[in-house]
Design a protein around this ligand. Sequence first.
Ligand code: 6R9
Length: 648
Amino acid sequence: MDSSTASVFSLPELRDVFPGCTSYEELYNFSINETDVFWGTLARLRLRWSRNFERVSDCDMETGLFRWFIGGQLNVSVNCVDRHKEKDANKVALIWEKDEPGQEERVTYGELYTMMNQIANVLKSHGVLKGDRVAIYMPACPLAVASMLACARIGAVHSVVFAGFSAEALASRIIDAEAKVVITADQGVRGGKLIELKKTVVTAVTNCPSVTAILVAKRTGNPVVSSQLDVDLDEAMIKESGECEPAILDSEDLLFMLYTSGSTGNPKGVAHTQAGYLLYASLTHELVFDCNEGDIFGCVADIGWITGHSYVVYGPLANGVTTLLFESTPTYPDPGRYWETVQRLKVNQFYTAPTAIRLLIKHGNEHVEKYDLSSLRTLGSVGEPINVEAWDWYNKVVGKEKCVVVDTWWQTETGGICISPRPSAPGSEIRPGMPMRPMYGISPAILSEKGEELHDNDVTGALCLKKPWPGMARTIYGAHGRFLETYYRPFRGLYFTGDGAIRHSDGYYQITGRMDDVINVSGHRLGTAEVENALGQHPSVAESAVVGYPHDIKGEGIYAYVILKDGFVADTKTESELRGIVRQKIAAYALPDVIQICTGLPKTRSGKIMRRILRKVAADQAEDLGDISTLADPSVVEDLIAHHRTLV
Ligand code: 6R9
């Protein structure tokens, strides 16, 4: 059965699909009250099924068991590639915007089909079976996308690891997933610099007995370290057929896992399944960004994060549009890079993070104003709260006040955008600096500290989602108990996001930031415990505590308080070694901005670190410490303040 001809439709057409609903509000209410009719109808219309589903959903927010489109069978790669190739094999699927401007390469749906199938056959020839895990350690490039789809083709589960992670961080993710194969490139190229991808993989896999092959794509062709597990991916692909029968998968088979930081030291493999994830990514992609047939969609996130999964790869390809793969940085070769790219490629929707916007503001408007940005219709922001100044600049200087600006709130765990100004009736109000309105099917709730839902407007508290939606994560790979503890136990029967939010008097939502020990550095999630664990592995460190503090470009900076063991001295060498160990254990983005060597940490009598105090000192707000009488030794605080270091 194939109803995929109706796969792409715009907002007015949704009213034809749900004829009783004539306004956004009515459709939203319908999606909440008639959840199964809403999602079932869309799943039938938007996806190509091999076997129709029998039941739309079976979800339990108490026990954390979620199933969508039960009994249905499909293949995600067929939905993202085959059906568009059948319509027009010459349509451009990917534009690879390589590090050097003006060297873009285009890949049609027909070419992507062949690449994906060849890689799928290579994977099969290395014994990868349905359900096996494959780690992908590559920057944004066509082979990375084709590798993700190749996994989907044969029912393998991909785990894309951000290509900036260290060998140790990569190894821990490979080990946790027990990945059979790693796909990488010889080197990466970013901002004119080479990144030693292959070398990192070879170091990582020495500790990963599950890995039986490393597939290496050629990016630079420079000689790199080799290992006995190496397979030249380009050569292996040529030998394989460009046809690979798609595996028929159940809706709830795993599609991918993606590691993200939580409040404990070990990143967790958030797991998403086939049909629900794809439907949610594709619907939100179309409706939030108003992205339609013929558009060129430009999300500049790396594929190593969820934004890259949902809005570089799966959403746009499910919708059959052209998607940008951006290999470079916002400032290479100069701070006009994004806008030169938009002009040259005629990008219609542009999606980035507030940290990049703030960085570009500092470089001045002239880098934007010299380009013709008239192709742009929608400007998106994601990853962290967007401050009003950054929002205004994006709207005025980039969008010339003619674009719809969407601040989109969502998470690795939600699979796709959950709160954003669109969809809503065309022309309806958009306020700077907040994501405002829930997506269809999403019902936010604000909970008090006591765990009570605050029903009024003008309230602040913990942001929860009350109803299941198809794109929600199903588990943490290998740790369902942790999944339940983290998301479904803090407020029973609800999904707890970890974020705080305000519901304003008019009902609009604004996100205030994380409520747990996760900090948001340039839109990247980082557990403070991860940094503490890394610091703790330096021989000089007795104890450390890491907090975030306001940083005008990164959103949050990383402030590390470190107590040294007796006999070690606080000098610049120790400091640089401490930074080195964080780079070695995690990644460059996790490097502390400030390291304050101290003699004690503020602890309660039961030994719990009062992070609230550390945050205040780091933020230079020591005058406002609140009650410190429960501290075991209040004099510690004076020492911290006296030695507080402000960043230049
Ligand atoms: C998509 C993504 C999720 C965390 C989330 C929140 C923060 C994301 C935001 C936002 C305010 C927005 N966040 N979008 N905060 N406004 N528009 O970023 O996923 O990497 O899992 O991070 O990012 O704190 O909980 P992920």
